[in-house]
Design a protein. Structure first.
Length: 382
């Protein structure tokens, strides 16, 4: 069992990228150093004829539940070399790497029935024998679905350790920079998304018990007196790709509350750039931005985000991956499709509106932030 972040097959993935460049370009996808495709080939080259099947975690669970082999879904199969646009494995890539397609699972749409709970699993788990077992999606996709952002034009900003923007588009989005790539929606649309290296990690040095007081002080202060790009890692991957990117400050904080406020604003500036990047790629962003992740529990931070974006932000309850999986399970069983499942099961959440009187200062700060990124050569002119 090889973990998702295992880099032992980085050279194989680089080879796969070269061989399948035409296909990957058409998909707006790149084969990164941790892609499962390379690890599958590494297993074959390491174990030879001892390798019988290549399975993702869901197929292991599904086989235990149903008592027989099950298909995989096209979400989990994406980084393993599946082309959801053509509904096929990237056969020319696997042929070039001498990897038999027979070792790979059958692929079906998420929410498709994989089988039913068998007698052994029923006895072991307490689940009813004959209960339908449905194909799921990756945790990131399930988390998006849990917010109710399941129809074209709807997007969710997930503010966790890092910031992730995911949404729904009618057509496949192609991003030449590789910052943005798409999963396939269960109903045939597309789920474009990108992940920044900036996010809630910017508050890692603050004791959690102190955050409420700092939030209150930041709210009372209003817009920060300086601009901060609160990137703690080396390099950025979304909304722009720049290996040389480093965090910076334009000015100095007046006090701790000012520094805290500037960090919150800096992440909101990144989020605004992300939405603007999506719109430049031709994808409309409609209505309120859905919000999830630990950072979205901060009312102050969410209000700053809404003001910087100049659009309401909807904080959705129970936006966890398990709830997204429940919505998939209800699709085709309790409800006709995923949109119907979301409409029936997702609660409306809390709508946070922009603060008009703070917009001019935040617009000015965002402008200085963008100029600084351009001056450093990190943000492309397009």
């Amino acid at each position: 069992a090889l973990m998702y972040d295992d880099r032992r097959a980085a050279d194989v993935n680089a080879e796969a990228q070269r061989v399948g460049s035409t296909r990957w370009d058409a998909l707006g996808l790149s084969v990164g150093p941790t892609a499962a495709l390379g690890r599958a080939v590494w297993c074959l080259r390491t174990y030879g004829s001892g390798l019988r099947h290549v399975l993702h975690t869901p197929e292991i669970v599904g086989r235990e539940l149903t008592g027989r082999p099950v298909a995989t879904d096209w979400s989990h199969a994406l980084k393993s070399g599946y082309d959801a646009r053509s509904a096929e494995w990237a056969h020319e890539v696997f042929a070039a790497l001498d990897f038999p397609l027979a070792l790979l699972p059958t692929v079906r749409a998420p929410a498709t029935e994989a089988g039913v709970v068998g007698p052994d699993a029923a006895e072991a788990t307490g689940l009813p024998e004959g209960c339908s077992v449905r194909l799921g999606m990756t945790d990131g996709c399930a988390g998006q679905i849990a917010t109710g952002a399941v129809e074209p034009g709807r997007f969710v900003g997930v503010l966790g350790t890092t910031y992730v923007l995911k949404g729904v588009s009618t057509d496949l989005v192609r991003d030449a920079t590789g910052a943005f790539y798409s999963h396939r929606h269960p109903d045939g649309w597309w789920l474009p998304g990108g992940a920044s290296n900036t996010g809630g990690e910017c508050l890692a040095d603050v004791a959690p018990a102190r955050l409420p007081a700092l939030d209150a002080a930041a709210a009372a202060r209003g817009p920060a007196s300086y601009v901060r790009y609160p990137l703690r890692r080396d390099g950025e991957r979304f909304p722009f790709v720049a290996g040389a990117a480093r965090g910076f400050e334009l000015g100095r904080p007046r006090d701790e509350a000012d520094a805290h406020r500037a960090a919150l604003e800096g992440v909101a500036f990144v989020e605004r750039l992300a939405l603007e990047r999506v719109e430049r790629l031709g994808v409309p962003v409609l209505g309120p931005l859905h919000a999830a992740g630990g950072g979205s529990r901060s009312t102050v931070w969410t209000t700053i985000r809404a003001t910087v974006l100049n659009r309401p932000v909807r904080v959705v309850e129970h936006a966890e991956t398990a709830f997204g999986a429940a919505l998939l399970a209800a699709t085709g069983t309790l409800h006709e499709d995923l949109a119907a499942s979301a409409a029936a099961m997702v609660r409306p959440g809390t709508l946070v509106e922009p603060v008009p009187e703070e917009r001019p200062a935040l617009d000015d700060a965002h402008g200085r932030f963008v100029v600084a990124l351009h001056e450093r050569g990190w943000l492309p002119d397009d």
